[in-house]
Design a protein around this ligand. Structure first.
Ligand SMILES: Cc1ncc(COP(=O)(O)O)c(C=O)c1O
Length: 399
């Protein structure tokens, strides 16, 4: 058989999907599984989205569409940007793709030649690493351990940008940690970014409507609008509107970058389908009460998870203020055993937790932090409470 391309030797299936698939398999076999693994919002969009889809179906053109995104979708995204405090953008600064993941992949392809340097924090969303590896980029990780609340410091960023990396990729609120940078923290980082003009900055802000405790959502551009010629904002319908499977993501940035993504779209997907476009326009322009309600609900769930973890001796957890993840440091369990099964690391712990208690969490090493595990807390409330109880039992049974 002929060989696959070399880059496929660097491509890995998503570590999150591996756990999620095992949880699904166990469930299908009749096991009582609580799934804290996959990062889905677990709610559906409002009826107005489905009405828009039905209306679109009844007048479907069946034709190819715009490579950039249909004009009414771009306009809806521009309004959404404005509501988020981003002014002065036009259609030519935007592009649509099949989810934020696709936007990020396209941006990496558009901005990075093989061997070019990309900088991002650890813990990171798994696909950052995977995409950069597939494209053969030089990856520089900024360690942001629990001791510094999983946040990068201006000094760390300053040092990393000194080598003039091609891209700095920033995620706020964060998956997997749920951390949110306060306005003054963003201002301090933006000040560093401003001093290093040779680096593109991608801000992956797809959880921007899920921020708790009144911290607010802040972007480098809110404090330094003059950075607009090299900051690229990424957003998505997936988490905000409960539409991960609809696959719609957006970017806003310099015209040349948006145009590059349009060119890539013209060679990959051609267009986001008409019916999906109608759903996206309805989500962005319709009532915004569901995202607001869900945000309040997730804040209460965050509190429940933190309370449960605080009751486990040795487990430490910086307080997340956004998204829907908690990322506790569970390294106190390493070197112990459960039911005779040795727990040497996070992967052992997650495997034992799933086998013994039917609770699926993602090992922190999937995000570059092997002392932690990720709990995604959007499952039905009864399952959340039950899963947390089982986690407490599991830790109490360690010997
Ligand atoms: C930080 C982050 N960026 C991007 C994505 C991709 O989102 P989408 O569903 O829009 O592709 C995710 C999905 O989990 C994410 O957590």
């Amino acid at each position: 058989m002929p060989k696959l391309a070399k880059r496929m030797g660097r491509a890995k299936p998503s570590a999150i999907m591996v756990i999620a698939d095992k949880a699904k398999r166990l469930k299908a076999e009749g096991r009582d599984v609580v799934n804290f693994s996959i990062g889905v919002p677990n709610f559906l969009p409002g009826e107005h989205v489905y009405d828009a889809v039905r209306a679109a179906l009844s007048k479907d053109s069946g034709q190819y569409g715009s490579n950039r995104g249909r004009e009414d979708l771009l306009d809806a995204f521009l309004k959404h940007l404005e509501a988020g405090g981003f002014r002065g953008y036009e259609r030519k600064h935007c592009a649509v793709a099949v989810g934020a993941k696709h936007i990020l992949y396209n941006l990496a392809e558009a901005l990075l030649d093989e061997g070019d340097e990309i900088v991002f924090a650890t813990p990171y969303w798994t696909s950052y690493l995977d995409i950069a590896e597939i494209l053969g980029a030089k990856i520089t990780l900024l360690p942001c351990p629990p001791e510094q609340n999983y946040k990068m410091t201006p000094a760390q960023l300053d040092q990393a940008l000194a080598s003039k990396p091609k891209v700095f990729l920033f995620n706020n609120p964060s998956n997997p940690t749920g951390m949110v940078y306060a306005r003054e923290e963003i201002a301090a980082l933006a000040e560093v970014v401003a001093r290093h003009p040779d680096t593109w900055v991608i801000t992956d802000d797809i959880y921007n409507r899920m921020v708790f405790d009144g911290v607010g959502y802040h972007n480098f551009l809110h404090v330094r609008p003059e950075l607009r010629d090299r900051v690229i904002v990424v957003d998505s319908l997936s988490k905000t509107y409960g539409m991960p499977g609809w696959r719609v993501g957006f970017m806003a940035g310099p015209e040349a970058v948006a145009q590059a993504l349009v060119t890539l779209n013209s060679n990959h997907i051609t267009n986001v389908p008409e019916v999906v476009t109608a759903a996206a326009v309805a989500a962005l322009t319709g009532p915004q009460d569901i995202p607001a309600r869900k945000c309040a609900e997730f804040a209460a769930r965050r509190d429940e998870v933190l309370a449960a973890l605080a009751a486990i001796p040795g487990v430490k957890c910086p307080r997340p203020q956004g998204a829907f993840y908690v990322f506790p440091d569970i390294s106190c369990a390493f070197g112990k055993s459960h039911g005779g099964r040795k727990i040497a690391n996070d992967v052992d712990l997650c495997a034992a937790l799933l086998d013994a208690k039917g609770v699926a969490c993602v090992p922190g090493s999937a995000f570059g932090e092997p002392r932690a595990l990720r709990i995604s807390y959007t499952c039905p409330q009864a399952q959340l409470t039950e899963g947390l109880k089982r986690i407490r039992e599991f830790f109490a049974e360690l010997a």
